[in-house]
Design a protein around this ligand. Sequence first.
Ligand SMILES: O=C(c1ccc(-c2ccco2)nc1O)N(Cc1ccccn1)C1CC1
Length: 395
Amino acid sequence: MPSLASLTAIIALLGLVAASPVDIQKRKTFTVSQVERKQFIKNGAAQTAKTFRKFGVKVPAHILAAAAAGPNGTVAAVPSDAYDSLYLSPVDVGGTTLHLDFDTGSADLWCFSSLQASAQLTGHDYYKADASKKVSGASWKISYGDGSGASGTVYADKVVVGGVTATSQAVEAATSVSTQFQQDRDTDGLLGLAFSSINTVKPTAAKTFFDNVKANLASPVFAVTLKYHAAGTYDFGFLDSTKYTGDITYTSVKTTNGFWEFTSTGYAVGSGSTTTASIDAIADTGTTLLYLPSAVVKAYYAKVTSAQNSNTYGGWVFPCSTTLPDFTLVIGGSKQVVPGKHINYAPVQTGSTTCYGGIQDNTGIGFSIFGDIFLKSKYVVHEMSSTPRIGFAQQ
Ligand SMILES: O=C(c1ccc(-c2ccco2)nc1O)N(Cc1ccccn1)C1CC1
């Protein structure tokens, strides 16, 4: 059976033959433009199921489930500056590509929008709020631990991350953002990946992007691979064994506060022995540093020459030339090592030879936060199954 393309060509040729001789004289040459076939992501499981069926073999349930799933997806996570202060990922929000900070410590997808004063939009890509998509009576307001925040109204629009589509995602369009966000011209908003229970939309909480798409994925998981001074990835729906070494160690997650919250059972400094402790912590891609109990932090910097807890600089600092010891945290019985090199965050001011530590006190926060300083040497699996769990492996 000739393909549509060849039929089209034949009809075109017949059309030429039917033309008057003069036309043919005028049309010495013609071009049949090929249209590239729209690329589509092959679903390997679907191919496998097809092969099983072709040879009359019963398709195993797990292959059927994966075959039924839509495409999984991967998106880049690119450091915003030389110190990995935050990581940005391209997201299609209602037809505009925005660069969002994926944040496992919050549950709102909000972005700079056409509703803001134009002065606030300088240097930003922003969501073009479409009145026909406005969610009547809905608003949002979020405050972050560093004192930053934003607020606005809500739209239901299409959001695409790495080929994974949420057809009617609550897009929280900002009408106002705090100074910190106005000054950061790289970040066009946040995409929350914590639990929807802490979403701030009122009167009815909205679902996160992941909550909206997880049923369509091969598996209700996303995996985070942030890197030291390099681009990493967020994978949705699958695990990628090329991105880690050794085993993934899982531990249970407490969801009552809406975070990916777990307990670390001990720590070690450099090659020292492990101290048993019970450290209540959350995994949080949206927090730059690693915040731990003061006793643990003190034990670490006791092994750093000339380290001091500076009032001037608001935390632990040391000479930038220092060779820092590694730091180990025990999770699920496995030792997760943070390379010493990752614990030098940045000079306290441009050009200074005093550097700010990547490990700081969690005093006043109420729990520990395993932010990017910890995460950027790990492959972290977030499994939102009936009993959510989190898994860690070494990159
Ligand atoms: O920035 C936040 C943060 C994230 C989400 C929310 C929130 C309020 C309402 C819904 O979500 N509130 C936060 O504060 N950190 C990190 C943090 C906290 C305190 C000090 C420094 N860093 C949350 C994840 C722990």
